[in-house]
Structures are given as C-alpha cells and as structure tokens.
Design a protein around this ligand. Structure first.
Ligand code: GCU
Length: 624
C-alpha cells in the first residue's frame, strides 16, 4: 500500500510537474509584448485603450498642441523601468535621477523624429515626448486629447498617470481628460515607439521608410457635456437624391432634437436622437453631384441642442455594374497613381496641407482623376484636399505582404484599424474604394478566413463604397496571365499588381498578351506596374546598363499601355508610383541610395521620360 501510494503521489507529482512544465512552456511562448502589456496593465491599473476619435476634429473647439515638444531619446527602452512619466526630481543633495526633459532636446510635432536629429536617422525604438499645457478649467465642458496619428505604439500619460495606449501608426485616437485636467500647468507625456512588430500591421518587412513619432496634429478639444461625436451624411447606394445616414451624440443628454442644414440647398432637415444618442437621417434633395470634373462640396451644418458641427460634404454615387465602375450613373475609367505619405523635397514624412498640395498638384498635372494612398490611411489634409481638387481616393490598410494572420489578436487589430479608417473618412465622398490588404498570400495560415471576414465587416460598416484587396500572385506563362484568388469572390474589384518588364521579363509582345480571369464579370484594376529609373541616367546604344535608365523605364510604360488594351473589363490603372520615395531596403549606392526609384518624378521634383508616356495615355482617356 505504502509503496503504491508513494508511486501514486510520485506519478501525481510527475504529472503535476509535466503539467507545470507544459504550462511554463505555454507561458514562456507568450510573446514579450503580451508580457509587457500584462506588466503595464498590472502596474497601471485603470489604463484604457484609446477611445474612438470624434470626427471632423478641425471643426471643433480646439487648442493645437503642435509645435516644439521636449523629448527623451530612449534607444534601449529603459524609460519604462525608470518610469519617465513620473518626472522624478532629486530631493536631497545626494539624490540623482538618470533622466530629465529639462535641458534635453526638443522635436517638432507633427513630424517624424527620424529626420529631425541625425542620431535618430534610422531609429526604430522609443522617444518620450513632453508637452506642458497651461489650462483654465471651465464648467460644463469636457476635454479631450486627440492624436491624428503616432507611429507605431503610443502610451499616453497625463499629469503623471497613464491614460491609455494605442497601436497603429496611421489612424486617429483620443483620450478624455475631463476628470484629470487641472487649472494651470498640466503635463502630457507620450511614449512613441516605432519598433516593428511581428504581429503588427504592417509586420516586420515593408518597402517604405518606418518614420516614427507623433507624425500628425495633436489637439486639445473642449466640448459640451453632450457633443456630436460622429455622423454619416451620404447618399444611399444606387440613389443620387436620397441621403441615408445617422448622427451619434456622446454625453448624458442623449435624446435631443437635431437639425441638418444645407443652406445652399435651402435644406433644413429635423430629426431626433434616441436614448442611446443615435438619430437617423433620411432626406431627399437635388444635389450637384461630386465628380472629378465638378468636385462640388456643400456646407453642411449639424446642430443639436447642445452642439454644432460644420462640415464640407459632397454627394456622389459609386458602384460596380457588371464589369464596369459607375460614378453617378456614368461609366468611369480610373486614371490613378500611387502615392506614399512622404514629401520627397524634404525627404521626410508628409503631414501638412502644403505637403498634400505638392503631391496632389503633380497627380493633377499628369491628368489623374484618382489616387491610391499606399499602403496605409494618409493624413486627413491629403484626403480632404484630394476631394476638393476632384481626385477620387483609394484608402488602404497596412495589411501588407507578410502578416501573421493566425497570431492572437491580429484579426482584431485589422478590424479596429479598419473601423478607425472608415470612421475618420466616412463622409469624404472623394473616397470611393476601401482596400483591405496588399500582396498577401493565400498560403499564409488564416489569411483567407481573416480577410474574408474583414471584407464582410467592411461591407456591413459601409455599403456605399467599393471594397477590394490587392493581389500579385497571378500566374504568367506563355504570355498569358492567370488571375485567381479566393478573395476575388468577396471584393468588388479585381485589383492586381504586375511588374512585367521590371521584376518579370516579357514573354511575348504586350499586344499579344492573353488573360484568364477567375471572375469574368468583375472590373479589373491594375493597382501597380512600373520600374525604376534614376533621373538623368540615360541609356544610349553605347551604354552597357539599360537598367535604371529613364529610357528603360519609359519603354516599360510604353509596353504597359499596350498591355492595357488586352485586359478584359479594365476599369483603371495605377502606376507605381508618382514620385521616388525612401525605402532603406533599396541599397544600390549609385542608383537607389535608400530610395525606391520607381517614381515618375524624381525626389527633386524632376519629371522622368515615363511621366510623359503616362500623361499622354491619360489625356487620351476622356470620361464623359
Ligand atoms: C510591390 C509593393 C510595393 C513595392 C513595390 C516595389 O508591389 O506593393 O509596396 O514598393 O512592389 O517593389 O517597388
């Protein structure tokens, strides 16, 4: 008996030991980030994840926090352990504190940190930002801190307390500070970390510069106790007169009378919000519809009993009918160009209206009527200005190439980022397409399931726009493209990237190219094509290297415009890309030097030979 029971106990112990070992292994498999999160959650009880941001921030009662911010550069990330946000000060003579914002450098906000100080040039890590805010408390007001974007992870502290965090470098977020802001001096500290994450969006590898920091505007916003948080004022799908939307109030006085006014149309629509603060909007009017030829925007006033928001909104209908794209009941050919959020003349992240104007003027000059904002939501100035200039906009999520679709939390991150993207720009009629991914591969575990689910979510959130995902895994044999992907069954447009003439040699005359399409009834959009050229490098019969020369790039474009004549259901094309841009992986010391040279314009704003091929091609295409 004795022996048996000892054995049992030992067995049980071994079992227990095995179980513990198994669990320990499980625990140790939990990624470090989760541990850090856990540690942060435990050490900062009550921190919250960022709130969904109110929309149309620039029309709110706001104090800009842009300008110089003091910083602590923290390459090792030790600032967490030192609890930098507590801003400890030496008390006794012998005390010492190994960090301080005082006496340290400062950086401009908005702006990436990499191009502001040489020691930050290739920084992928943590920079702590501090802003002092002198504030006078007002009764019956709520106060928020709103960020246009922080790349990539942001931990935000107010008056020494962590108020929350946000993941994702390209969408807005906010925190309410009504209960913690005080009269006089307040301190806002932001830990911005642009380290790449394996389970991030994007993941570890991408072909653009990883600009870090507080890259877009920061505002302190005052609202009434109940304010108009968000709204949707857009035409119903397939209808050029019926508006179907909603208005969402946030606060304790949820049931209110609300008016939507469009003075120019003498329209004054009255509605009521329910106990959840939600009001339906449903009215009809004769609009001058927004189009590239006539980018008409109306002043729209949304007025509740406690708040008023004014916006500029256009009304248009975009839909697919058969294998064509229709804008306001007319077939439209999308004359696109890809653009990264970078000002090449500054070799820095773009964030301002001026930066947007530079890029969009070049696109207009090339006779584009559409722009693809690659590969992440760009700043709001870019979207609003494009709309004003009559450029249709494609907005995209950074679900780019190698994404860990099966990693815990990744589908949720994709969903949240999509919601943030749609929420900010839902009322921008210029945006006609939501793109949910670029060059992901169907063999990646969980990719199809995650992206199909995301596409369904997107459609339920916004049925008024087209939805797509960009593919580049088409077959190309015997001068024949074989275009297939599971996702094509769920999207409105077949969007594909092809680099024939650059990464892939031609297999025959462009004019003889054949196409096999899995979905024969959907419009096809060439979302990327092109090749590299260093401006000024020319190639004549004597020269040995054709590559990198303007003539070689020009020839690719000439051949591609012939290829386009062979594509069934072609609804548009989009060269990769408007202007050379920075990408550290492009390392040829003479021709690239850290720049992707596929631009049609050089980083100095010089037009390459291929630019003129594209401009001519677009000028020949007349949309009615
Ligand atoms: C890809 C990708 C781009 C990239 C381009 C290139 O298709 O989508 O992000 O920059 O090719 O190779 O230049």
């Amino acid at each position: 008996m004795q022996i048996v029971s000892v054995m049992v106990v030992l067995l049980r112990k071994r079992e227990q030991h095995e179980i513990i070992k198994k669990n320990m292994r499980k625990i140790f498999r939990i990624p470090l980030t989760k541990w850090l999160l856990l540690f942060t959650l435990i050490s900062h009880p009550g921190i919250s994840f960022a709130q969904s941001a109110m929309t149309n921030v620039n029309a709110r009662n706001r104090i800009s926090l842009n300008g110089k911010w003091q910083v602590i550069i923290d390459p090792t990330g030790i600032g967490d352990w030192r609890q930098v946000w507590l801003e400890k000060k030496p008390v006794n003579k012998t005390d010492f504190v190994e960090y301080s914002f005082e006496g340290g450098p400062s950086l401009n906000v908005p702006g990436d940190f990499n191009t502001q100080r040489c020691e930050l040039t290739s920084m992928e890590g943590t920079v702590w930002y501090k802003k002092s805010i002198n504030y006078t408390l007002k009764s019956n007001k709520r106060v928020f801190i709103h960020f246009g974007a922080v790349n990539y992870l942001a931990d935000v502290y107010f008056n020494g307390k962590q108020i929350g965090s946000h993941e994702g470098g390209f969408t807005p977020f906010q925190f309410e500070i009504t209960d913690i802001i005080k009269n006089g001096e307040n301190t806002l500290i932001v830990k911005a970390n642009n380290q790449r994450l394996k389970d991030g969006l994007p993941g570890l590898g991408y072909d653009w510069f990883n600009y870090g920091g507080i890259t877009r505007d920061v505002n302190l916003i005052e609202t009434e106790n109940t304010y108009i948080e968000n709204y949707c004022i857009q035409l119903m799908k397939h209808d050029n007169e019926k508006v179907l939307g909603w208005i969402n109030l946030n606060g304790n006085n949820q049931s209110q009378s609300i008016e939507v006014k469009i003075p120019e149309l003498k329209l004054n629509y009255k509605t009521k919000s329910n106990a959840d603060g939600l009001a339906e909007v449903r009215f009809t009017s004769k609009f001058a519809l927004w189009s590239p030829e006539n980018p008409k925007l109306y002043k729209v006033i949304i007025q509740s009993e406690t708040d008023t928001v004014v916006d500029e909104i256009g009304f248009r209908n975009i839909e697919v009918r058969g294998n064509k794209v229709f804008l306001n009941n007319k077939p439209v050919f999308l004359k696109g160009v890809n653009i990264h959020e970078e000002n090449p003349l500054k070799a820095a992240k773009a964030y301002s209206e001026e930066d947007a104007l530079l890029l969009l003027n070049w696109a207009k000059e090339m006779d584009c009527n559409m722009i693809r904002l690659a590969h992440y939501p760009h700043n709001e100035y870019m979207v609003r200005l494009a709309e004003k200039m009559g450029l249709m906009v494609w907005s995209e999520l950074p679900v780019y190439q190698h994404i860990e679709f099966s990693a815990p939390g990744v589908p949720e991150k994709m969903d949240l980022m999509m919601k943030e993207m749609i929420r900010r720009d839902r009322n921008r009629c210029g945006i006609i397409i939501w793109s949910l991914s670029n060059e992901t591969y169907s063999f990646t575990p969980n990719r199809d399931k995650a992206l199909i689910e995301l596409t369904k979510q997107c459609r339920s959130l916004d049925s008024t726009r087209l939805i797509t995902s960009v593919i580049n895994n088409q077959g190309y044999e015997n001068n024949t493209f074989n275009v297939w992907d599971t996702l094509y069954n769920y999207v409105d447009l077949i969007s594909l990237n092809e680099y024939i003439g650059w990464y892939v040699p031609w297999q025959g005359k462009p004019a003889d190219t054949k196409w096999k399409l899995v979905c024969k009834d959907k419009p096809v959009f060439i979302s990327e094509f092109g090749g590299e050229a260093l401006y000024g490098s020319n190639y004549g019969p004597k020269d040995e290297a054709a590559w990198w020369s303007e003539e070689y790039q020009e020839q690719i474009y000439k051949d591609q415009t012939i290829l386009f004549t062979t594509i069934p259901n072609l609804c548009g094309v989009c060269p990769w890309l408007l202007v050379d841009y920075r990408s550290p992986g492009r390392m040829h010391p003479v021709y690239q030097n850290g720049w992707n040279r596929k631009g049609l314009i050089s980083d100095k704003g010089e037009k390459k030979k291929a630019w003129y091929v594209m401009k001519q091609y677009y000028e020949k295409i007349k949309n009615e």
